[in-house]
Design a protein around this ligand. Structure first.
Ligand code: 1GP
Length: 254
């Protein structure tokens, strides 16, 4: 399966929801159990990754277990070369555009690219920008955090990603953030760029999800919802209902 095609085909008819599973937070069997359930709820893809305690073994085992019980694409959301698993369908080949450390800008990518090629993993070129509070990923990635109201910089990063040929731009408030990225920021970026916007971090209910979708996100990502709320199934159902309710054209205005 070509995962970027899958994403673009889906986006022709609507928006998408992706679920981030951190393989270090539960056993591979538990990850598979969650994945099977959320696929039934309608999530469009599973992203696998975390900021700490990731090893290739845990990535491999988790992905193999998930693959046994699901059909939707599994995309690696890497934190470094240790995240690469040959069992995934694709990998976000991403650069943290506002990192102060060249490791996250280009160095890890330089080391990983030959391995990705050898394994035949599909790289999906993506720009990644961390907005305050940034949480663990902001700290680990040594991000020069974008302030919630730094709209001009947000547009600049997104346009730079587009001009570099990246296919997606991801605005990240950080996993477990009390609030998602501001609607003003998403809306302003949406007006200026032609690549789909992914928004993640702090989306815990359908009200927040709707605001982010209405502001112009094409793809929303939820992660810790699954770990944090015992009623996560109900919450996810409501969030996915909002996603299905919205229509977009890639690069077009809402
Ligand atoms: C992390 O944006 C994702 O990259 C998900 O964030 O865990 O807050 O849903 P949450």
């Amino acid at each position: 399966m070509n995962v970027l095609n899958y994403i673009f085909e889906k986006l022709k008819n609507g928006k998408m929801h992706m679920t981030l599973l951190d393989p270090a937070k539960q056993t591979p069997e538990k990850s598979a159990e969650i994945a099977e359930y959320i696929e039934k709820l309608g999530t469009d893809a599973i992203m696998i990754g975390g900021s700490t305690n990731i090893t290739q073994e845990i990535m491999d085992e988790t992905i193999v277990n998930i693959k046994k019980v699901t059909k939707i694409p599994i995309i690696i959301f890497p934190n470094g070369i240790q995240s690469i698993s040959k069992y995934a369908d694709a990998i976000y080949f991403m650069s943290m555009l506002n990192s102060s450390d060249r490791t996250f800008l280009i160095e890890s990518q330089m080391k990983a690219a030959p391995l990705i090629k050898r394994l035949g993993l599909e790289p999906i070129p993506m720009g990644y920008v961390v907005v305050e509070p940034g949480m663990t990923v902001g700290r680990v990635g040594k991000a020069i955090l974008l302030k919630r109201n730094e709209i001009t910089k947000a547009i600049g990063y997104a346009l730079a990603a587009e001009f570099f040929g990246m296919k997606l731009i991801y605005f990240e408030a950080g996993s477990g953030s009390p609030e998602p990225v501001s609607e003003e920021m998403i809306n302003a970026v949406k007006k200026e760029v032609n690549i789909p916007i992914i928004v993640g971090g702090g989306i815990t209910d359908h009200i927040k999800a709707k605001r982010i979708l209405d502001a112009g996100a094409s793809i929303i990502v939820t992660g810790t919802l699954v770990e944090r709320f015992s009623d996560y199934g109900e919450r996810l159902k409501d969030i996915i209902r909002e996603v299905r309710g919205s229509k977009i054209e890639i690069g077009g205005k809402k």
